[in-house]
Design a protein around this ligand. Structure first.
Ligand SMILES: [Zn+2]
Length: 133
């Protein structure tokens, strides 16, 4: 992925920005400009709270190139409070996550790209403090 592509994805990555359907009110992530529920055009920006719960997860023991120094790590399917499911790496977690555990989005280094050492940032989810859940 080149730098301009990264730049374009920044809104989506850093703020968990999606869309809201003006016809049926469904919250959409990732943004796709058409409602998955009613198939009508949906281009109204909506910023998610970034909070949700672990719906399911997988422990990655044999990660792809660029992620080796992070193993083992958990990739979770997170059900956002607003409805959509997102797949993301879990961070700041001790041991294995629990199904239903409250999590929130944070921006973290995802990986280092190639010989030039370009650092790619993106979102991960970390456990939410009990007082914030
Ligand atoms: Zn809709």
């Amino acid at each position: 992925m080149n730098i301009s592509q990264n730049w374009r994805l920044n809104n989506q990555r850093y703020r968990l920005a999606g869309e809201e359907c003006p016809h049926c009110g469904v919250k959409i992530f990732p943004p796709r400009d058409a409602c998955p529920e009613c198939t009508k055009p949906a281009r109204e920006l909506f910023t998610f709270s970034g909070k949700g719960e672990v719906y399911s997860y997988t422990l990655v023991l044999d990660p792809p190139e660029g992620f080796e120094d992070q193993k083992p790590y958990a990739v979770a399917l997170v059900k956002l409070d607003e409805g959509p499911m997102v797949t993301a790496q879990l961070t700041d977690i001790v041991g294995e996550p629990e199904i239903g555990q409250r999590v929130e989005m944070v921006t973290r280094k995802l990986r280092t790209d190639g010989d030039q050492g370009i650092i790619v940032y993106g979102y991960k989810f970390r456990p939410l403090l009990a007082s914030e859940a």
